[in-house]
Design a binder for this molecule. Structure first.
Ligand code: FDA
Length: 389
């Protein structure tokens, strides 16, 4: 069987590409349904893009690489597409756009766009063998137990990263990249909860607090969630992409910076109130209890000098922790690193060395922050490749 374009992986990027790659497109996936990660994303409502998306929200060995695709197919283009399909959406916070209904609406949108473009979708299909004869790709596909040889002028690899193997993530994209001489940048689980060797936060499990979490490379003002295994919540997932084993993270529990002045004022009015009771009006009470033995002085507000209050607030603003690890690919939302962008053309996502070979989406060394950025990269890179074919 001959096709113009064979796309491996019917996830966000692959389906977007199939909708734009023109006639003679076949898209295959080993799963039973396309877009499974879209389905579970955003708590079932798919945070499909971010109104503030820009190159500064992405990590990559080459921070300039993502600029071309992101500027040619922007968040506004995708928002327009969502609106044209009559899908209602809302901003949750920080520019993050979610469906009002179910994330299945985004999958339906992509399926409709693929159907309009005439793309064929084969599910429960795996790649048994792949070669290139100098002008075409020859793929042996295993479709529900039957072998088919497909010859394609263009090959698009859109099989994603390693995160959540239980959902069918494989390293296929990296294997194909290596087969055709493309470099890989070290891969790591990212947007992932951080863990400790002990269960120090077990008693706080379920407590959440607004914070600024930072290290030498980045800082995020969002909430922190304490869990049995360690730390989670948006601020922790964000910093995990910038964290390495052996490093500390800093948690600022007074991100607004008003605590010292507030406590001083309260000391005037409510001097006989216990310091921890007062603090529990500004921080979750269970967290105050947890911090008290190490970081908080005893006594009433009136017992605290300015210097003592200042030191305590400093401790709360510079709570230094050294996680031992992360929950790994089992729960990571994305894979950091991947196919080296040095081997790809940023305008089209095409290989610099083998014409008509494309890599798109999460498989490539471009990783977004939490908040709809990763889907935007899937749409933009998928569109760029589809448009170039
Ligand atoms: P994606 O993983 O979507 O698709 C790859 C496809 O290839 C899959 O369909 C897979 O079955 C197929 N495949 C893999 N190996 C194969 C093989 N060997 N043979 C055949 N097929 C194969 N992002 C965001 O912006 N907003 C959000 O709300 C969320 N929420 C979220 C929640 C959770 C729990 C996770 C795990 C991730 C998110 N993300 C997210 C991240 C987002 O899901 C991710 O970045 C994109 O799905 C990446 O799109 P791709 O198309 O590159 O890969």
């Amino acid at each position: 069987m001959q096709v113009n374009t064979l796309i491996l992986g019917a996830g966000a990027a692959g389906m977007m590409c199939a909708a734009h790659a023109g006639a003679g497109t076949l898209i295959v996936d080993h799963a039973r349904a396309p877009g499974e990660k879209i389905r579970i994303s955003g708590g079932g409502r798919c945070n499909f893009t971010n109104m503030h998306a820009g190159p500064e929200n992405f990590l990559s060995g080459n921070p300039h690489f993502c600029k071309s695709a992101l500027s040619r197919y922007t968040q506004w283009d995708f928002i327009d597409l969502v609106a044209r399909h009559g899908i209602a959406y809302h901003e949750k916070t920080l520019g993050q756009l979610f469906c009002d209904g179910k994330s299945g609406q985004i999958i339906a949108l992509l399926r409709a766009e693929m159907a309009r473009a005439g793309a064929d979708l084969w599910l429960q299909t795996t790649l048994a063998e792949l070669t290139h004869d100098g002008s075409r790709f020859i793929a042996t596909l295993d479709r529900e137990g039957r072998r088919t040889t497909v010859t394609a002028r263009h090959l698009v690899v859109a099989t994603g990263g390693k995160s959540i193997p239980k959902m069918g993530a494989t390293g296929l994209a990296y294997d194909i990249a290596a087969q055709f001489g493309h470099g890989l940048r070290e891969t790591r689980p990212a947007l992932v909860p951080l863990t400790f060797s002990d269960q120090r936060f077990a008693g706080l499990s379920g407590v959440s607090a607004p914070a600024r979490v930072s290290n030498a490379r980045a800082a995020f003002d969002e909430s922190v969630l304490f869990t049995h295994r360690g730390l989670s919540g948006p601020a922790i997932l964000q910093i995990s992409s910038y964290w390495r084993e052996g490093e500390d993270i800093l948690i600022d529990l007074d991100p607004g910076g008003h605590l010292f002045e507030t406590l001083r004022a309260q000391r005037q009015q409510e001097g006989r109130r216990k310091l921890t009771t007062e603090l529990a009006r500004h921080l979750p009470a269970r967290l105050v209890e947890h911090l008290a033995p190490d970081l908080l002085p005893n006594g009433n507000l009136a017992d605290q000098s300015d210097a003592a209050l200042a030191e305590m607030v400093r401790n709360l603003r510079e709570w230094r922790l050294r996680p031992t690890g992360s929950e790994g690919y089992r729960t990571a939302e994305v894979t950091l690193g991947g196919i080296d962008t040095a081997g790809l053309k940023s305008r089209s996502m095409m290989s610099q060395t083998l014409p008509n070979l494309f890599f798109i989406g999460e498989a490539v060394d471009v990783t977004g922050w939490l908040g709809g950025y990763n889907f935007q990269w899937a749409w933009s890179s998928g569109w760029a490749a589809g448009h170039a074919i």
